[in-house]
Design a protein around this ligand. Structure first.
Ligand SMILES: Cc1cc2nc3c(=O)[nH]c(=O)nc-3n(C[C@H](O)[C@H](O)[C@H](O)COP(=O)(O)OP(=O)(O)OC[C@H]3O[C@@H](n4cnc5c(N)ncnc54)[C@H](O)[C@@H]3O)c2cc1C
Ligand code: FES
Ligand code: FES
Length: 1294
C-alpha cells in the first residue's frame, strides 16, 4: 500500500538515501537529479538519462534502474572520477547542489565519455548552485573533455576552437595549473560503470504482458501495456488524467494544494505512442516522445537533410535549446507539453505556426486528426479533446521551398525559465517573389490560451515583404493583441512590446534571406537584431594570487580543498534532514496567515485534529515560556496572538505522524479574521503614512546647506532596488529531540547562529540554556537567512517536542520557506547632490528608505550598514545620510549577504553615474575625480583608513580589463549595430569587515588533543559552504605543526563552545581563525616546550607529564562602536578593497542581456586559502548578478508573495555567468552592480541613437522587461503605460 505521495512525487522520498536532495520539489533546481536507465525495446539499447527525482512517480519506473549518487562511488570504497574532480576543483561549497551536479555529469559521461564544453553546459543547465558561481564546477568537469588546457572547447568560430584560431587568452596562470591539480586524479574508465541489471534486460526484452496497477490509500495508478488497453481505460474512466512525464500534473499537485486525482493512467509503457516515423511530408512523433528525443530527431534531420526542408525544425530546435533543463526535457513529453494547454509553454506557438496535426484516438470513435491551432485550446489547461480521447502522435511537416520560419521566446532568465512571451512565425512567398502567399503568427503568453493573430496575417497576404508591410503589420498587431492592463502575470506593456518586437525580428530575418534571392527595395538596412554575438562559452579565470612563500607542508596560503568536499560529492555529507528518523518522531507543519493585517477572531483546528495521523495543534497558548523572540529589545511573536500583520505570519502548527499528514492537516485549520486598516506594503505608501520604525539614523559630515549654495549644479533623483530571496539550496528546518531527563533538549538545526537559537528556545520553553544543546554540522547555504527565523522555527518545534514528549522534525517546503522567512530589504534612495561642472561632487544628501516589513528584526542594523557604506571610495566633503526603516504589512525582512552594504553602495554609485551623465563625462572619470586619495583619509564617521589598496585595485582592474581599449571597441560596436548595444562599467569598493556592534567581534575555539596524537577542534563558527572548517583546520595544522589529516572538526555545538557570535559580517573566519591561533598561548606553549623533547605523535608523553591536552582559545576582536549622535566610529575592524569592471550586451528589442566579461581585483590580504577566497568572491558576485539583474519578487495587491519557487523566481544559472570571469565573502555582491551600470550604459547608447536623453530611470534589478522598456522606440510607443489608478495592476513594487 503506497501513500498518495508515493504515487506521485515519490522517488525522492522512496530511495531513503540521503544523497538525493530536496531543494524545491518542482523540477526547478536539480538538487534531486538521479540517473534512470531503461531498456528501449524499439531500438534494442539501454537508455541512460537524468530525471528530477522530486517529480518522478515511483510507479512509472517499472523495469527501470535508478542510480543515485551513492551508487557511483563513495569515500569508503572508491570515488567516481566525477565526484573526485568536482571536489578537487573546489566546485563544492555548501555541497547541497553537488550530488545533483555529479549525477548530471555522470549521466553525460555514460552517454558520451568525451563530451564537449557545449555538452557539459547542456547537461548542467538544469542544476542550480547558489554558492559557487559555477566556474569551479565547470573547471572540474571540463577535465573530461578531450582538450582540457583552457581551450574554449566549443569550436564556435566555424568549427575551430580558440586554440586553433589563436584566440586563447590565458596561458600563464590558468586556473587548472594553480588552484587544483589533476595529475593524480582517477581516469574515467567506463568499464567500471554499473551495468544495467541483467534481470531488467531480460524483462525488457520480453513482451510486456499486462497492465500494472498500483493502489494507494487515496488513489490508484494504472499503467496499461498497449493502446487498446489505454483506450479502454480512458473510456471507462474518462476523468482520469493521462500522465506521462508528470512535469505538469506533478507541479499542479504541488501548487494547487487540494487537487486530487483518485485514478491516474500512466501512458509511458504504450509503445505505439513512442513511435517516430519519417515520411514524405514530414515526421510523425509519438505523443509520449520526450522533448529530449524530439530535440535529437530535429538535430539529426537538420544535420542530414537539405536546409530548405528543415527550416521549421531549425526553429523548433531554437526553442528546444532553451526550454527547461535537461532533466525536465528527459521527462517531459511533446503530448504533455501541447495538452497542458499552458500558453507559457513554448511548443504550441511554433508547432501551430508549422501547421502541425494531432492524431487523436478513442475506443468509440477511432482516430481523428485535429489541426494544431488556436481552436485546439478552449481555456487555460483545456483542449477540445474529448475525455475518452488520447493523443497518439503529432505530424510535423517539412518546410516548403520559399517558406521561412522562426521561433522566439523571452524569459526572465536566458535559459531554464518559462517564457514571458513566445512566438512561432511562418511565411510562404509566391515562388520567385517577395509576395506573401500565406502567413502564420502565433503567440503564447499574451492571453489565457494560444493566440493567433489571424486578422493581421490575413491582411498581409498578397503584400510585398517591405517597409510598408512592416509598418502595417505592427499597427495591426497592436490592434489585434489584446491584453488587459490588469492581465494575469503583469508586465503588460512589455508583453505587448514583445509581440511587435518579435515580428520585427522575424521581418528582418526573412528580409536578410530573401535579399539573397530577390531584389527588394528596403531601407531598413540595420540588421543587427539578428547577429549572434560570438563570445567564449567557457568560463575562464585568468589570474589570482597564490602565496609561494609557504612551505608545501604548511597548508596556510595553499588552495586546500574544502574539508568535506568528498563527502559532499558522494552524498555522504549529512545535513539536518538527512539524520535518520528517531523512533517516535513526529513532523510539524506551520499554519500561516492568509491576511496582511487582521484581528484573529478564532482558530479552529478541530477538522485537522480529526485527521489520520494528527497528534496535536499548537498555538500561542501552548508556549510554556514566552511567546516571543527578542533581538536587541525588539520582540517578535512566535505565534501571532491577537493580530496578524503580514501574509505568511505563523499562527499555529500541526504536529502529525508524517510530513504529508501534517501538511494536509495544516490546510484544514480554519482561522477567522477581521480585516484591519491600514494595510499597505510599499515604501511609497509607508512614506505617505509616515510609518517608520524607531530609531531613525543619520550620519553627517561637512556643512550641507553652505555647500549647496556654492555648487555649479544641483540634481535631485532617486533609485529603487528590489529585494532578494536567499534561495539557499537547503530550506530551513531542524529536529528537536527531548532527552527525557531534567528537561534536556537537543536540537539538530540549520542555524547560522546556534547560540541565539539556544537562547530563544530556552526563553520559549522557560528552561535554562544549559539544558539545550544545538548541533550544527553544516548548512546547505545560509547567506544571512538562517540567523533569525530559524530561531523562531526552533522554538516552535521545541515546543511541539516538549508538548508531545517525542522528537519533532520541521522541514520547510520551498514555497513556505520563501513566504515565511523573507529576504533582503528593498530600498529606495532619494538624493540631492550638488556638483561642479567638472564632475566634482561637493555635497550629497541621501535619504535611504528600506522596507522592513512588519517587525524591526535586524532592519536597523542593516540600515546602519547601508549608511556606513554610503561614501564607498569617494571623498564627498559634505555628505549626509538619513536612514528610515519603513514599517509595512509584509513579512519581516532580514539579513542577506552584504547586510545593507550592497544597497548603500548602489545608491551612491547611482549618484556618481547620474552626475557623470549630466556633466557629459565618462562615469569612470567622475569616479576617479571623487575618490579618496590621501594616504590618511577619514570616512564620514571619522574612521581613519588608507585608500592606497583601493586605488591599486582600481588601477590594476582597469588595466587588466583593458578598459580604455574596450570602451573604444564598444563605441564602434554601438555605432554599427542598431538593435544590439554594449556597455562597460567599473566601480571601486571599500567594504567594512566585522560587526559595528563591537561585542559580536569575538570568537572561541576548543582544541582537544588525544593520546594518540589526533586533534579535535571545535569552534563557534558555522560551516555553510564558506569553508570556515577548512580554514580552521589549516590554521590548527599550521600552529600545531601536525598534518591536517590528524585534525578533525565534527560540528558546531553550543555544548562545546558557548555564546558564539553569528557566522556573519565576513568575520567568521577571522574570529575563529584567531581563536584557534590564540589557543597556542595557553595549550601549545606547554606542549611546545615538551615537543622539543618528544615527537608530536608521542603526546602520550605529555599526558604522562600531566600537561593539559585541552584548551580553549578566545579571540577578543576590536572594540568597534558607533556613536550615532556624533557620527563617529570606529565602525569596523578594517576595510577590504576591490574594483570590478564588467561588459554586457543588450538586445534592444527583447531586453535580453548577456554578461560578456567581468574582471575583479580584490585585496584579500594574505589569503589563507586562495581557492576558498576566490570561490567566495565569485559566488558573491554571481549572487549580485541575481540581485541587480534577474531576481524579482512579485507581490499581489493583497500583499501575497507570488514568486514562491524556482519556476517563478530565477536565481542565476550557468548561462548567466560571464564567459570571461577574471577575478571575500560578502563584499563582491556589490561588485555585480557593474553589470547594472554597464546595462545602463548600453541602454543609454540605444537611447542616444533615437535622440532620447541618456538620463533615464532604471530600477534594480535591471530585468529584461526594464531594459526593453527603457530602450524606448516605435514599438514601446505602441504600448503606452496606462495611467495610474485607471486599472488594478497584477503585482506591486514593494
Ligand atoms: C521546472 C520546469 C520547467 C519547465 N520549463 C518549460 C519551458 O521553459 N518551456 C516549456 O514549454 N515548458 C516547460 N515546462 C513544462 C514541460 O515542458 C511540460 O510540463 C511537459 O512538456 C508536459 O509533459 P509531461 O509528459 O510531463 O506531461 P504530464 O504532466 O504527464 O501531463 C500533462 C497533461 O497532458 C495530458 N496528456 C499527456 N499526454 C497525453 C496523451 N498522450 N493523451 C492525452 N492526454 C495527455 C495529461 O493528461 C495532462 O493533462 C517546464 C516544466 C517544469 C517542471
Ligand atoms: S528538488 Fe527536485 S528539482 Fe528541485
Ligand atoms: S555548493 Fe552549490 S548550492 Fe552550495
Amino acid at each position: 500500500m503506497l501513500s498518495q505521495n508515493h504515487l506521485h512525487v515519490s522517488l525522492l522520498y522512496i530511495v531513503l538515501l540521503t544523497g538525493t536532495k530536496y531543494g524545491c520539489g518542482g523540477g526547478g533546481c536539480g538538487a534531486c537529479t538521479v540517473m534512470v536507465s531503461k531498456y528501449d525495446q524499439l531500438n534494442n539499447r539501454v537508455l541512460h538519462y537524468t530525471v528530477n527525482a522530486c517529480l518522478q512517480p515511483i510507479c512509472t519506473l517499472h523495469g527501470a534502474a535508478v542510480v543515485t549518487v551513492e551508487g557511483i562511488g563513495s569515500t569508503k570504497t572508491k570515488l567516481h572520477p566525477v565526484q573526485e574532480r568536482i571536489a578537487k576543483a573546489h566546485g563544492s561549497q555548501c555541497g547541497f547542489c553537488t550530488p545533483g551536479m555529479v549525477m548530471s555529469m555522470y549521466t553525460l559521461l555514460r552517454n558520451k565519455p568525451h563530451p564537449t564544453m557545449e555538452d557539459i553546459r547542456e547537461a548542467l543547465g538544469g542544476n542550480l548552485c547558489r554558492c559557487t558561481g559555477y566556474r569551479p564546477i565547470i573547471d572540474g568537469f571540463k577535465t573530461f573533455c578531450d582538450v582540457s588546457n583552457g581551450c574554449c572547447q566549443n569550436g564556435e568560430s566555424g568549427g575551430k576552437c580558440c586554440i586553433e584560431n589563436g584566440t586563447k587568452q590565458h596561458n600563464d596562470s590558468d586556473i587548472s595549473e594553480e588552484l587544483f591539480h589533476m595529475d593524480n586524479v582517477l581516469p574515467l574508465d567506463p568499464s567500471q560503470d554499473l551495468i544495467f541489471p541483467p534481470e531488467l534486460m531480460i524483462m525488457g526484452k520480453k513482451r510486456a504482458c499486462g497492465s500494472l496497477c498500483f493502489q494507494g490509500d487515496r488513489l490508484k495508478l494504472i499503467s496499461p501495456v498497449d493502446l487498446t488497453n489505454l483506450l479502454e481505460l480512458k473510456t471507462e474512466y474518462p476523468e482520469a488524467p493521462v500522465v506521462v512525464g508528470n512535469t505538469t500534473i506533478g507541479i499542479n499537485l504541488l501548487l494547487l494544494k487540494g487537487v486530487h486525482h483518485p485514478l491516474t493512467i500512466y501512458a509511458g509503457r504504450v509503445s505505439d505512442l513512442h513511435t517516430v516515423t519519417w515520411g514524405k511530408d514530414g515526421v510523425s512523433m509519438g505523443a509520449v516522445c520526450t522533448l529530449s528525443s524530439l530535440k535529437e530527431e530535429m538535430e539529426r534531420a537538420v544535420r542530414e537533410m537539405e536546409a530548405e526542408r528543415t527550416r521549421g525544425y531549425q526553429a523548433l530546435l531554437q526553442t528546444l535549446r532553451c526550454l527547461a533543463g535537461k532533466q525536465i526535457r528527459n521527462m517531459a513529453t511533446i503530448g504533455g507539453n501541447i495538452l497542458s494547454a499552458n500558453p507559457k509553454y513554448d511548443l504550441n506557438s511554433v508547432l501551430a505556426a508549422l501547421d502541425c496535426t494531432l492524431q487523436v484516438m478513442s475506443k468509440e470513435n477511432g482516430t481523428r486528426a485535429i489541426t494544431l491551432n488556436e481552436e485546439l485550446f478552449t481555456g487555460f489547461g483545456k483542449t477540445v479533446l474529448r475525455p475518452d480521447e488520447v493523443l497518439l502522435s503529432i505530424d510535423i511537416p517539412y518546410s516548403k521551398p520559399w517558406e521561412f520560419v522562426s521561433a522566439f521566446r523571452q524569459a526572465q532568465r536566458r535559459e531554464f525559465a518559462f517564457s514571458i512571451v513566445n512566438a512561432g512565425m511562418k511565411v510562404l512567398f509566391r515562388e520567385g517573389t517577395n509576395i506573401v502567399e500565406s502567413l502564420n503568427i502565433y503567440y503564447g503568453g499574451v492571453g489565457p490560451t494560444l493566440v493567433k493573430v489571424g486578422r493581421t496575417c490575413q491582411k498581409l497576404v498578397g503584400r510585398s515583404w517591405g517597409e510598408e508591410l512592416l509598418a502595417d503589420a505592427c499597427r495591426l498587431l497592436e490592434e489585434e493583441v489584446e491584453l488587459s492592463d490588469s492581465a494575469h502575470g503583469g508586465k503588460v506593456e512589455y508583453r505587448k512590446t514583445l509581440t511587435t518586437s518579435f515580428f520585427f525580428k522575424f521581418y528582418m530575418q526573412v528580409l536578410q534571406e530573401l535579399r539573397e534571392r530577390v531584389h527588394i527595395q528596403d531601407s531598413t538596412s540595420v540588421l543587427s537584431s539578428l547577429s549572434k554575438t560570438k563570445c567564449p562559452r567557457d568560463i575562464t579565470l585568468s589570474r589570482f594570487l597564490v602565496s609561494n612563500a609557504q612551505s608545501s607542508q604548511d597548508p596556510v596560503g595553499h588552495p586546500m580543498m574544502h574539508q568535506a568536499a568528498f563527502h559532499q560529492a558522494t552524498g555522504e555529507a549529512q545535513y539536518y534532514d538527512d539524520i535518520p528518523a528517531v523512533q517516535g518522531e513526529l513532523f510539524v507543519y506551520m499554519v500561516t496567515s492568509t491576511r496582511a493585517h487582521a484581528k484573529i477572531i478564532n482558530i479552529d483546528p478541530s477538522e485537522a485534529l480529526g485527521m489520520t495521523g494528527v497528534v496535536t495543534f499548537l498555538s500561542a497558548g501552548d508556549v510554556p515560556g514566552q511567546n516571543r523572540r527578542m533581538l536587541f529589545n525588539n520582540p517578535e511573536e512566535l505565534f501571532a496572538e491577537e493580530e496578524v500583520s503580514c501574509v505568511g505570519q505563523i499562527i499555529g502548527a500541526v504536529v502529525a505522524e508524517s510530513r504529508e499528514q501534517a501538511r494536509r492537516a495544516a490546510q484544514m485549520v480554519k482561522v477567522t479574521y477581521q480585516d484591519l486598516l491600514p494595510v499597505f506594503f510599499t515604501i511609497e505608501e509607508a512614506i505617505q503614512h509616515q510609518s517608520f520604525f524607531d530609531p531613525k539614523r543619520k550620519l553627517e559630515r561637512g556643512d550641507m546647506d553652505k555647500a549647496f549654495e556654492t555648487v555649479d549644479q544641483i540634481l535631485e533623483d532617486e533609485i529603487y532596488l528590489g529585494g532578494q530571496e536567499h534561495f539557499y539550496m537547503e530550506t530551513q528546518g531542524l529536529i528537536a529531540v527531548p532527552k527525557g531527563e531534567n528537561g534536556e533538549l537537543e536540537l539538530f538545526v540549520a542555524s547560522q547562529h546556534s547560540a541565539y537559537t539556544q537562547e530563544v528556545v530556552g526563553i520559549t520553553l522557560g528552561i535554562d540554556s544549559n539544558k539545550i544543546t544545538c548541533h550544527v554540522r553544516r548548512l546547505g547555504g545560509a547567506f544571512g537567512g538562517k540567523v533569525m527565523k530559524i530561531a523562531s522555527l526552533s522554538a516552535i518545534t521545541a515546543t511541539a517536542a516538549v508538548k508531545t514528549g517525542r522528537p519533532v522534525r520541521c522541514v520547510l517546503e520551498r514555497g513556505d520557506d520563501m513566504l515565511i522567512t523573507s529576504g533582503r530589504h528593498p530600498f529606495l534612495g532619494k538624493y540631492k547632490v550638488g556638483y561642479n561642472n567638472d564632475g566634482t561632487i561637493m555635497a550629497a544628501d541621501i535619504t535611504y528608505y528600506s522596507n522592513g516589513g512588519c517587525t524591526l528584526n535586524e532592519s536597523l542594523a542593516i540600515m546602519e550598514k547601508a549608511l556606513l557604506h554610503m561614501d564607498n571610495g569617494y571623498k564627498i566633503p559634505n555628505l549626509r545620510g538619513r536612514g528610515l526603516v519603513c514599517k509595512t504589512y509584509l513579512p519581516s525582512y532580514t539579513a542577506f549577504r552584504g547586510f545593507g552594504g550592497p544597497q548603500g553602495l548602489m545608491v551612491m554609485e547611482s549618484v556618481l553615474h547620474e552626475v557623470a551623465v549630466k556633466c557629459g563625462l565618462p562615469p569612470q572619470k567622475v569616479r576617479e575625480i571623487n575618490m579618496y586619495r590621501e594616504e590618511e583619509c577619514y570616512t564620514h564617521y571619522k574612521q581613519l583608513f588608507s585608500p592606497r589598496d583601493m586605488l591599486r585595485c582600481w588601477d590594476e582592474c582597469l588595466d587588466k580589463a583593458g578598459y580604455h581599449d574596450r570602451l573604444q571597441a564598444i563605441q564602434q560596436f554601438n555605432t554599427s549595430n542598431r538593435w544590439k548595444k554594449r556597455g562597460i562599467s567599473a566601480v571601486p569598493m571599500k567594504f567594512g569587515v566585522g560587526f559595528s556592534k563591537g561585542f559580536f567581534n569575538q570568537g572561541a575555539a576548543l582544541v582537544n588533543i588525544y593520546k594518540d596524537g589526533s586533534v579535535l577542534v571545535a569552534h563557534g563558527g558555522t560551516e555553510m559552504g564558506q569553508g570556515i572548517n577548512t580554514k580552521a583546520l589549516q590554521i590548527a595544522s599550521h600552529i600545531l605543526k601536525v598534518p591536517m589529516s590528524s585534525i578533525h572538526i565534527k560540528e558546531t555545538c553550543t555544548g562545546n563552545v558557548p555564546n558564539a557570535a553569528p557566522s556573519a559580517a565576513s568575520f567568521g573566519t577571522d574570529a575563529v581563525g584567531m581563536a584557534v591561533k590564540v589557543f597556542q598561548r595557553s595549550l601549545a606553549s606547554d606542549l611546545f616546550v615538551l615537543s622539543r623533547q618528544l615527537p608530536w605523535t608521542m603526546t602520550i608523553g605529555a599526558y604522562c607529564q600531566k600537561v593539559s591536552l585541552s584548551a580553549t582559545g578566545f579571540f577578543m576582536g576590536p572594540h568597534t562602536d558607533m556613536d550615532w549622535e556624533n557620527s563617529e566610529g570606529p565602525a569596523y575592524y578594517y576595510f577590504t578593497f576591490g574594483a570590478c569592471c564588467s561588459e554586457v550586451e543588450i538586445d534592444c528589442l527583447t531586453g535580453d542581456h548577456k554578461n560578456l566579461r567581468t574582471d575583479i581585483v580584490m585585496d584579500v590580504g594574505r589569503s589563507l586559502n586562495p581557492a576558498i577566497d576566490i570561490g567566495q568572491i565569485e559566488g558573491g558576485f554571481v549572487q549580485g548578478i541575481g540581485l541587480y539583474t534577474i531576481e524579482e519578487l512579485q507581490f499581489s495587491l493583497e500583499g501575497v508573495l507570488m514568486t514562491r519557487g524556482p519556476s517563478q523566481y530565477k536565481i542565476p544559472a550557468l548561462c548567466d555567468v560571464p564567459p570571461q570571469f577574471n577575478g571575500i565573502g560578502e563584499p563582491p555582491v556589490f561588485l555585480a552592480s557593474t553589470i547594472f551600470f554597464a546595462i545602463k550604459e548600453a541602454v543609454a547608447a540605444a537611447r542616444r541613437e533615437r535622440g532620447l536623453g541618456d538620463s533615464f530611470p532604471l530600477s534594480s534589478p535591471a530585468t529584461a522587461e526594464r531594459i526593453r522598456m527603457a530602450c524606448e522606440d516605435q514599438f514601446t510607443e505602441m504600448a503606452p503605460s496606462p495611467e495610474k489608478g485607471t486599472f488594478k495592476p497584477w503585482s506591486i513594487n514593494i
